[in-house]
Design a protein around this ligand. Structure first.
Ligand code: AMP
Length: 112
């Protein structure tokens, strides 16, 4: 999608600090990290959020979680980590391309 910043990162038009890439998934460090390790995992296919995901995205969504689990170990998050996805304006979603935040490397308290 032309005006999507994450699609531009996928296309290599905007630089990013990539930590993982395969044919369907890209992971790169968040430009404004909220934890010592803060990596965004995105599908290369553009959809804004889970509400726009299609039944055929089921395997991709599941694989994103498996990839995060594998990469979390490689990133040294042996003590634990948090996975976050903001859906919509009221949840604080600022980029309209589905993404999962992987956060770790510090103690994180209760969500609310
Ligand atoms: P969200 O607020 O859940 O939509 O998350 C979007 C995230 O994308 C924020 O944490 C931003 O810091 C991050 N972000 C925005 N632009 C970039 C970029 N060019 N490179 C890396 N992370 C970015």
């Amino acid at each position: 999608m032309e005006d999507c910043i994450f699609c531009q990162i996928i296309a290599g038009e905007i630089p990013s600090d990539i930590v993982y890439e395969d044919e369907e998934i890209l992971a790169f460090r968040d430009i404004h990290p909220a934890a010592p390790v803060h990596v965004l995992f995105i599908p290369k296919k553009h959809f804004a959020n889970l509400g726009e995901a299609a039944p055929e995205d089921q395997a991709l969504l599941g694989r994103m979680l498996l990839v995060i689990g594998q990469e979390a170990v490689k990133l040294g998050l042996t003590e634990g980590y948090r996975i976050v996805s903001n859906f919509g304006v009221s949840a604080g979603q600022t980029v309209g391309h589905f993404h999962l935040h992987l956060l770790g490397g510090r103690y994180m308290g209760a969500l609310c």
